[in-house]
Design a protein around this ligand. Structure first.
Ligand code: NAD
Length: 329
């Protein structure tokens, strides 16, 4: 089994090398992302391994099929970058449905605490021996209401963390989880009630046609003044222009973003020597109440191990048994 591994980062290799050797899979690492221009690199390989910002659209799928590639192994949970409908019947797509919901949920809480307790400001100040407290006033999480959109694996871990802080939870999901609503500290409500009743809103649903720009100008209008918005899910769940307008008008009190809708050319790369073309992102980053991390919520040692093991096992299962429990579509 020969696998072409796209968009390789240094932190991918140790865990993938370990499991590839253990399972007898040969991996060739490419730094470039998979797209229409680079698909040719998969020539002579049985499968490709891709991440969130690789493009697996109809053109790439057709090219991979022409080259005899049999499987697209996503080393992530989300698959919005794959044209699943086009892939059906042509090429098998497998993914890692869960690798560490804790990694993402804990990052969401890290962002929230950093933001509302102004840790990002205090860290810079104290390094400059500026021990003034002016402008660092935060607020208690205890007693506040958090709105969780998407109560799957990550959303539920985040709910547990928030409950540990003594917060009340309003939850919204297209497919509610039985028994999660206790009628008191955790309640399922409609989206509008969640928007209007939450001090903090955290997004944990997938990006689909239905959830695209779920946090729109209209949605922000319905929110409480000063709402804190956390997005560790997918960038395009939030209309970035509307968010920026909400920050400027003071309707949105803070934003914690691990993902951004136009991230694919920017995130995961060192762009420090470049002029940033994206004015919306530049303006968001310039705001004192916006924290942006570069899609790093998944990045823990535990998650990387799980991702590598499941991805390699998916590939082996597909080639040896002709099926894989983690097939998409
Ligand atoms: P999951 O499938 O366990 O849960 C997703 C939940 O969203 C489900 O309960 C589902 O019913 C719900 N949902 C689906 N459509 C919805 C809709 N229209 N409205 C409301 N809810 C809807 O997924 P998960 O493992 O909890 O992951 C959630 C998301 O987190 C993923 O889709 C992925 O985009 C993102 N993610 C981000 C990172 C990161 O590093 N930032 C890492 C892993 C996952």
């Amino acid at each position: 089994m020969r696998i072409a591994f796209f968009d390789t980062k240094p932190y991918d290799k140790p865990s993938f090398d370990k499991y590839a050797e253990a399972y007898g899979v040969e991996i060739k690492y490419f730094e470039t992302k998979l797209n229409g221009d680079t698909a040719e690199l998969a020539h002579g390989f049985d499968g490709v391994c891709v991440f969130v910002n690789d493009t697996v659209d109809a053109e790439v799928i057709d090219k991979l099929c022409e080259l005899g590639v049999k499987v697209v192994a996503l080393r992530c949970a989300g698959f919005n970058n794959v044209d699943i409908r086009h892939a059906r019947g042509k090429i098998t797509v497998v993914r890692v449905p869960a690798y560490s919901p804790y990694a993402v949920a804990e990052h969401a809480m890290a962002l929230l605490l950093t933001s509302i307790r102004r840790i990002h400001k205090a860290y810079i100040r104290s390094r400059d021996f500026n021990f003034s407290l002016s402008g660092l006033t935060g607020f208690d999480l205890h007693g506040k209401t958090v709105g969780i959109i998407g109560t799957g694996k990550i959303g539920r871990v985040f709910i547990d963390i928030c409950r540990g802080f003594g917060m009340k939870v309003l939850a919204y999901d297209k497919f509610p989880v039985p028994d999660l609503d206790n009628g008191d500290t955790v309640r399922y409500v409609g989206l509008d009630e969640l928007l209007s009743g939450s001090d903090i809103i955290s997004l944990h649903c997938p990006l689909t046609e239905e959830t695209y720009h779920m946090i729109s100008e209209d949605a922000i209008e319905k929110c409480k003044k000063g709402v804190v918005i956390i997005n560790t899910s997918r960038g395009a769940l939030v209309d970035a222009e509307a968010l920026l307008a909400g920050i400027k008008s003071r309707k949105v009190g803070a934003a914690c973003l691990d993902v951004y809708e136009e991230e694919s050319e920017l995130f995961f790369e060192d762009n420090s020597g470049h002029i940033l073309e994206d004015d919306t992102l530049a303006r968001l980053i310039s705001m004192p109440n916006v924290i942006v991390t570069s899609h790093q919520a998944f990045l823990t040692e535990d998650a990387l191990e799980n991702i590598a093991e499941t991805t390699v096992a998916n590939i082996v299962s597909f080639f040896e048994k002709g099926e894989c429990p983690n097939e998409v579509g």
